[in-house]
Design a protein around this ligand. Structure first.
Ligand code: NAP
Length: 291
């Protein structure tokens, strides 16, 4: 019997994930608040639903890929009562630890199995089915989810059974990602201020022990001015706050992340929320102008 998967949220990430599920021959229903963003998936073979409840009716698996807790909580308040008993909710947006606990409780109250499953990877890996899923949830649902996860990810890391463990690892990894991009922006700005061609920085680390594919990709975007969003800066700024909350809870020294968060907040305030997170470089440039 064909497994039916409902994808709620077809933004940058959800659209690629839904398309790969269609390509893997799942029966896919999609819903997006702004319907225009879901429409292209109809050509691929997905059914476009008019409401979250319509999308999830009859679904075996419901995947949420929405911006933040407020969006997920509102959408799932409508969807949960319409989900079949025995179906599984896979929550893949990056929402934070406390949010994940609240949503797991919302699922439990509705009698629905919940899997905390944030992902690593941006637009291209989502489109290529090469995400890394960081999953935590009941062991008994793993086998049933395996084909679904295989359609969207290169691999799945089962972190544990406790909801929130997927998110714990996601915040650990994203602390690295947002810091790395801010550090690349810093070196690019420093090179320019010292009168060097900043490309020399990227060329110098290329292929060496301190190189990183991500630093090269984002560095090129900073220098070329191509800031089309793969990972929107608004999402990165949101994540810095979720990381700081996790640091406060765990007693982790926050100085570095506070500085990084300040840079993303500056770029967000300057209107770069819809640009790629590489636009964090503008926070350094503004500092240059002010100085
Ligand atoms: P996106 O393109 O901005 O999509 C956001 C989605 O959330 C859209 O479907 C949007 O609907 C929906 N949404 C926002 N507010 C809503 C509300 N109040 N009610 C209903 N729907 C709402 O962002 P994305 O990059 O796909 O990110 C989605 C999630 O994945 C975020 O939690 C992000 O942190 C996480 N993530 C992103 C990346 C990445 O590299 N992009 C990587 C890993 C994880 P509309 O289209 O109607 O606005």
């Amino acid at each position: 019997m064909t497994t039916t998967v409902a994808v709620l949220g077809t933004g940058i990430m959800g659209a690629g994930m839904a398309r790969n599920l269609v390509n893997a021959d799942f029966d896919v229903r999609v819903w997006n608040r702004n319907r225009d963003r879901a429409e292209p998936l109809a050509d691929a073979g997905a059914l476009i639903a008019d409401s979250p409840a319509e999308a999830v009716a009859g679904a075996d698996v419901v995947l949420t890929m929405l911006f933040d807790e407020a969006a997920v909580s509102e959408v799932m308040a409508e969807a949960l009562p319409a989900m079949p008993k025995g179906s599984v909710w896979v929550q893949s947006g990056t929402l934070g630890l406390e949010a994940t606990e609240r949503l797991a409780a919302q699922a439990a109250a509705a009698g629905i199995k919940f899997v905390d499953a944030p992902v690593m990877g941006t637009k291209q890996p989502a489109e290529e089915g090469k995400l890394i899923i960081l999953a935590a949830g009941p062991g008994r649902v793993r086998a049933a989810l395996e084909p679904v996860f295989e359609a969207i990810a290169a691999r799945t890391v089962w972190v544990g059974e406790r909801p929130g463990d997927g998110h714990r690892l996601k915040l650990v990894a994203n602390a690295w990602v947002v810091s790395l991009v801010a550090a690349a922006a810093q070196s690019i700005d420093l090179a320019a201020r010292l009168g060097l061609d900043p490309q020399l920085f990227l060329d110098t680390i290329a292929g060496g022990a301190s190189d990183s594919q991500y630093a090269q990709t984002k560095g090129r975007a900073m220098l070329g001015g191509n800031l089309a969003a793969s990972f929107p800066l608004e999402g990165a700024a949101k994540d810095t706050q979720l990381i700081l909350e996790a640091m406060e809870q765990s007693g982790t020294r926050p100085d570095l992340m506070q500085a990084v968060a300040g840079l993303y907040a500056d770029a967000l305030a300057a209107g770069h929320g819809g640009d790629d997170l590489a636009a964090v470089v503008t926070a350094f440039r503004r500092g240059h102008e002010a100085g």
